[in-house]
Design a binder for this molecule. Structure first.
Ligand code: SAM
Length: 298
């Protein structure tokens, strides 16, 4: 059974409902309608007078309502593109941010350039698996990345998040090993071979930043890093200091105002380390690279 509304009329309805709520109402309406019809935007513009089924219109209205309440598009669509790959996202995981691609780029550059190799790449707090899977895919794809023997691991304290990263590893056809546990506990227990390259985009928002309304749909466990946002990063550095080995790297995503504070924490717990801070596209501190003088891996 079809109703009389055409694609064009539904688009106009969507634009009007999302106007003044989202930045790009036309684009988002098209994505929602495309999701319902399982078609791309070009189909919508090629068939403006096509009518849709009543059940499809009901689904569209439900999705539109969710967006009117400012639920992130990624949760409504159930997916997001990160580093050119398709990732499933659910409210159990943080929606990967474009800034995190900088951490992936830096990590790949280290893997490419490190003289003596990396045996274990370990993404702590992997969430959707965006970082670990993007690294695994790039290592697999690019023969010019030398250290192809690195094994990739992802850890998270949340079982629900690990379910999502497992699906994403399958979806993107990469082999990564996923471990559950607090910070470095699971990798210490698994006795992974060094040199390690640890990546981590741990929760780094302050308690008050994490309660901002635009973040209300995302898991608090993925956002809040204590009063100053640094609690988990400090715990990680302190824990790592007990097992530090030459040739290891730690690459962290940090908050835009945290460069100096993190540098001080690194100096406190890892005084032997070299530190580099990389800025994001807006010119803010975003990624910290910590490393220790390498020795040749036997
Ligand atoms: C900011 S999210 C990052 C998710 C993903 N790596 C990304 O960049 O999109 C932080 C992740 O750390 C996890 N997490 C929080 N506390 C943790 C802990 N103590 N040990 C391990 N993972 C933790 C959360 O469950 C969440 O998935």
């Amino acid at each position: 059974m079809s109703i009389t509304l055409t694609i064009k009329e539904i688009q106009v309805l969507g634009y009007r409902k999302l106007q003044n709520i989202v930045l790009n109402p036309e684009f988002e309406t098209d994505l929602l309608l495309g999701q319902v019809l399982k078609k791309g935007r070009s189909f919508l513009y090629a068939h403006p007078n096509k009518t849709i089924f009543k059940f499809q219109f009901s689904i569209f209205k439900r999705l539109l309502k969710r967006r009117q309440r400012k639920e992130p598009m990624a949760y409504i669509l159930g997916k997001i593109n990160f580093y050119g790959l398709d990732f499933k996202v659910t409210p159990d995981v943080l929606i990967p941010r474009p800034d995190t691609e900088i951490l992936v780029q830096e990590t790949l550059a280290v893997i490419r350039n490190t003289k003596y190799g990396i045996r274990s790449v370990i993404d702590i707090g992997t969430g959707s698996g965006a970082i670990a899977i993007s690294i695994a895919k790039a290592i697999e794809k690019k023969s010019k990345i030398k250290n192809q023997k690195s094994k990739i691991f992802g850890t998270d304290i949340s079982n629900e998040a690990l379910k999502v990263s497992r699906i994403n590893a399958r979806r993107n056809k990469v082999k990564i090993k996923l471990l559950r546990g607090n910070l470095l506990d699971p990798i210490i227990e698994a006795r992974l071979p060094h040199p390690w390259l640890i990546t981590a985009n741990l929760p780094y928002l302050t308690s008050s930043e994490a309660t901002k309304s635009h973040l209300k749909y995302e898991p608090r466990l993925a956002l809040a890093g204590g009063k100053a946002g640094l609690e988990l990063i400090e715990k990680l550095l302190k824990q790592y200091a007990q097992i530090r080995q030459n040739g290891d790297y730690i690459i962290l995503e940090i908050g835009y105002k945290q460069g100096r504070a993190i540098t001080n924490l690194v100096k406190k717990y890892l005084p032997q380390a070299k530190i580099k801070i990389k800025k994001d596209y807006a010119g803010f501190d975003r990624v910290v690279e910590i490393n220790f003088t390498a020795r040749r891996v036997a």
